[in-house]
Ligand binder design. Structure first.
Ligand SMILES: [Zn+2]
Length: 273
């Protein structure tokens, strides 16, 4: 099963066995009123990662007018473990599924960096490519994987591509994107330094979670977007993803005044001026 990527977001990751005390409740409206993001860059490893981990939040943001752009680092080509598939054919299917999912969530654009799924490493090339996208789009909020997420309880080992994207993005946030001496070739391409105001890392455990957003109003959109990833749901042997999505989101919202949530570790990196 070493080549199968789909279980990285399979039932185990949707149900990481969350226990413990809820962190302070923050509804989406509360956040939106205080800090409505207008430009969000979501960076992740595989074509279905965003929908599984923070699809509801994306739907909420786009419905309140935010421009959300996806950067998918790998080509998704390892997302099939049946014999007879080439990486090229898998990548084509998955990128099509991803565009459909992004469209359902109201995402403005999808950038594929094209790194090979399953082999991702934190290299200077990767950091440069991500820095380019950050300097190009100049978001007020970035969502990226938490590189410290090694596993969830004892039921899921996190995929190394997720950790690599997370680690690279921390380097992009500091020092690559804001520092003029980093990657001077990007200056030649016209991309000036940019200081990232806010970084959000999706969380799976309450003790790591700074805030939980209420995704109740948009959970149907999250489910619909996940259904676009038909090849991955088939890999997981999932007839219907909706019960799992609802159950997982309920656990994340446990003890709060709303029913369904998505959780984040939040870094506010720039003082408001
Ligand atoms: Zn993934």
């Amino acid at each position: 099963m070493s080549g199968l990527r789909a279980p990285d977001v399979g039932p185990a990751s949707l149900d990481p066995g969350i226990t413990g005390k809820p962190s302070p409740a923050v509804t989406l409206n509360h956040v939106a009123n205080e800090r409505a993001p207008s430009r969000v860059l979501a960076v992740f490893a595989h074509p279905d990662d965003a929908e599984f981990t923070f699809g509801g939040t994306v739907a909420s943001w786009t419905s309140s007018g935010a421009e959300v752009v996806y950067v998918c680092v790998t080509d998704g080509s390892a997302g099939q473990n049946q014999p007879g598939w080439t990486r090229e054919a898998v990548a084509e299917v998955r990128q099509k599924e991803m565009r459909e999912a992004a469209s359902i969530l109201g995402v403005a654009d999808v950038v594929f960096l094209g790194y090979v799924d399953g082999y991702l490493e934190v290299t200077l090339d990767l950091r440069r490519d991500l820095t380019r996208e950050v300097r190009r789009f100049r978001p007020d909020l970035i969502v990226a994987p938490d590189p410290s997420h090694l596993w969830s309880r004892k039921r899921y080992i996190n995929h190394p591509d997720h950790r690599a994207v997370g680690e690279a993005m921390l380097a992009v946030v500091n020092p690559d994107a804001p520092s003029r001496p980093q990657f001077p070739e990007l200056l030649d391409e016209g991309f000036e330094p940019f200081e990232v105001p806010e970084l959000w890392l999706p969380t799976f455990e309450p003790e790591e979670t700074d805030l939980v957003l209420d995704i109740g109003p948009v959970i149907d959109k999250k489910v619909a977007a996940l259904r676009a990833h038909d090849s991955q749901l088939k890999n997981m042997g999932t007839e219907d993803i909706e019960p799992e999505v609802r159950e997982h989101a309920e656990k994340l919202a446990e003890g709060r005044e709303f029913r369904y949530g998505e959780g984040f570790r939040v870094f506010r990196l720039k003082e408001e001026g």
